[in-house]
Design a protein around this ligand. Structure first.
Ligand code: SF4
Ligand code: FES
Length: 391
């Protein structure tokens, strides 16, 4: 076991001006009235630093929705944490950005839904793309380390080359291209988001070419694990490297752990981060190897992937203690194969959102903005938060 979480993932709020169809936030969102106070977050950052944590990732929802973001950055930096802001950029202007830079922010990750405005805004469920481009320009003029996050899926993957060129023009230091992972809202929209095998193979080739071409920009690429032979080492192993604190103060071993029944999550308002990390039952539940079933228990890959993802095991196979169903050795792999078969046999299926009729229509007919918007399951906001006007 590592002695401290390497990074604290601070979900400052679940409020967000965007409504992305692949949001990894839980379906049940924390209300503004439940959010931790500034003082409690400051104490959590100090406790994390004392524990030996090196980084804090300030995320959400949209962290800029918190009016106290600048004091929170100042507190995290003063505690000695490397401070990263993960944002849509909506709500950021020149004045606010310079106050964050002065407070000591180190790194910013700005997400984009597409290179094309109408497609990007359809996925985000609101008009945001043009503002994001303007924010990218402001960020590139600061001293901040700058990453552009690109989320890719079946609807935009055929334009990956163009999307990477768009990101390049924003002048980041790093581009992270990540296939959607199927949790939260993305799982609801999985049939419409999962790419075909041909698309995945082509995307690997496109990224390789971009890496060759863009020598000055680091490119990281996250492939869709459904197509993998072995699972991803989710979170670097359960309670091994990372700790998530949700907007209400609940500490979780990963952002999706709330879906697993029977786990008790402690709150940073009542317990210290050290106690939660070292002693709490939820962090100890799948740490190490004692919980592992066969085939993981005797598999030589268990020290590399830690048996995969506990949440995916629950969401797909109904058992959080099972081998990740993505693994080719898992007795549940057929459940993943059945989904892939549907997608690859009927790649033009536009089965979008939970209310869609399976296999209805085709992409060409339905890829009009209006039809698409009507069929996605868009992320909602916590009760009481005024939604941005829809497109
Ligand atoms: Fe990883 Fe378990 Fe599959 Fe082995 S059997 S590759 S440890 S998930
Ligand atoms: Fe929870 Fe993978 S998302 S363990």
């Amino acid at each position: 076991m590592s002695t401290a979480p390497l990074a604290l993932i601070a979900e400052l709020t679940h409020r967000c001006p965007l409504r992305c169809v692949y949001c990894s936030n839980p379906l049940e969102l924390r209300a503004r009235s439940e959010e931790l106070s500034t003082e409690t977050w400051v104490r959590a950052f100090e406790e994390a630093a004392q524990l030996g944590t090196l980084h804090v990732h300030l995320t959400g929802g949209e962290p800029l929705a918190r009016g106290d973001l600048t004091p929170l950055v100042l507190a995290a930096r003063s505690a000695g944490l490397y401070t990263n802001l993960i944002t849509s950029g909506i709500g950021l202007n020149e004045k606010r950005l310079s106050s964050l830079v002065e407070a000591g922010l180190d790194h910013i990750q700005l997400s984009f839904q597409d290179a094309e405005e109408s497609s990007a805004d359809t996925i985000a469920g609101c008009s945001a793309h043009a503002q994001k481009v303007a924010v990218a320009q402001l960020i590139s003029e600061t001293r901040l380390a700058f990453t552009v996050n690109l989320v890719v899926h079946r609807r935009n993957l055929d334009r990956l080359e163009e999307i990477i060129s768009f990101a390049e023009r924003l002048r980041p230091h790093r581009i992270e291209i990540a296939h959607v992972q199927y949790y939260g809202w993305a799982l609801r929209n999985r049939e419409a988001l999962l790419p075909t095998l041909d698309q995945v193979q082509e995307s690997v080739a496109v990224v390789e070419r971009a890496k060759e071409r863009l020598k000055g920009i680091k490119i990281d690429f996250v492939t869709p694990d459904y197509y993998a032979t072995f699972p991803k080492p989710c979170m670097g192993g359960w309670a091994r490297l990372l700790m998530v604190v949700d907007p209400s103060g609940k500490a979780l071993p990963c952002h999706a752990a709330g879906v697993i029944p029977g786990l008790k999550f402690e709150n940073v308002k009542e317990k210290s981060l050290r106690w939660i990390w070292e002693e709490s039952s939820s962090f100890r539940r799948f740490r190490g190897e004692d919980w592992m079933p066969e085939p993981c228990r005797t598999c030589e890959r268990r020290t590399q992937d830690f048996g995969g993802c506990r949440c995916q095991a629950f969401l797909v196979a109904g058992d959080a203690a099972a081998t990740d169903p993505v693994c080719s050795l898992s007795p549940h792999r057929h459940l993943i194969d059945a989904v892939l078969k549907r997608i690859n046999l009927s790649p033009l299926s536009a089965d979008i959102g939970s209310s869609a009729e399976p296999g209805a229509g085709n992409v060409k007919a339905l890829d009009t903005d209006l039809a698409l918007r009507q069929r996605w399951a868009y992320r909602t906001n916590p009760a009481g938060v005024r939604e941005r006007p829809e497109l």
